[in-house]
Design a binder for this molecule. Structure first.
Ligand SMILES: CC(C)(COP(=O)(O)OP(=O)(O)OC[C@H]1O[C@@H](n2cnc3c(N)ncnc32)[C@H](O)[C@@H]1OP(=O)(O)O)[C@@H](O)C(=O)NCCC(=O)NCCS
Length: 175
């Protein structure tokens, strides 16, 4: 477990620039992170500290479902340094995010990721809310959601994402 989970600040970015290429050797997610932080869009960005150093990160982006007023967030990316994985840090970051978002009355969370991992956080296949770009067939089972509070279980429409997420490449496996 991490010693501390806190909201990220601008001075954490150089650490994230080191952490992400280690966690994702085949995928460069730093441009997305840079855009998210620079865009001023509504985010929840959390870092985990262990032994006084940042060892993990997660970001949730506030999104809209069609024209509904459902408060919703998109989870990802999440990264933990390879030497700190399997110590509960990723889970702690995600669960803290859920708790902070629930406090803000966010009722639905979406994710595009491995169901084998996200299933443990209560995510299941999403079919009524569609992604801004069509997901290639090999990734389709990765599109998942979970509710955080009652009342948002039956939403449908197209996910409306802020500009940093409005890129086809982010909705397909890396080449
Ligand atoms: C995925 C990741 C964030 C998990 O962080 P973590 O701190 O290692 O996670 P936790 O310790 O809380 O949980 C680890 C558990 O998840 C499992 N797990 C990790 N990645 C998994 C995957 N892709 N599929 C299935 N299970 C996975 C581990 O086997 C472990 O299982 P166990 O608890 O039964 O031993 C981290 O491994 C990571 O940064 N990976 C590389 C980047 C990545 O794939 N990010 C997620 C996609 S956005």
């Amino acid at each position: 477990m991490p010693e501390l989970i806190r909201e990220s600040v601008a001075s954490d970015f150089p650490v994230l620039e080191g952490l992400y290429p280690l966690a994702f050797p085949d995928e460069d997610l730093l441009p997305l992170l840079r855009d998210l932080f620079a865009s001023g869009c509504d985010l929840l960005s959390l870092v985990a500290e262990a032994d006084g150093a940042v060892v993990g990160h997660v970001v949730f982006t506030m999104v809209q479902v069609g024209r509904t007023d459902v408060k919703a967030a998109l989870l990802g990316p999440v990264a933990v340094g390879p030497d700190r994985q399997k110590q509960g840090i990723g889970s702690a970051l995600i669960e803290r995010g859920f708790s902070l978002l629930a406090d803000e009355n966010v009722s639905r969370i979406f994710v595009l990721g491995d169901p084998a991992y996200y299933g443990r956080f209560g995510f299941g296949p999403e079919s009524k809310v569609v992604t801004p770009f069509e997901i290639p067939v090999e990734w389709r089972e990765g599109w998942q959601s979970r509710t955080l509070s009652d009342g948002a279980s039956d939403v449908s429409g197209t996910l409306v994402v802020p500009e940093p997420w409005n890129k086809r490449d982010l909705w397909a496996p890396p080449e």
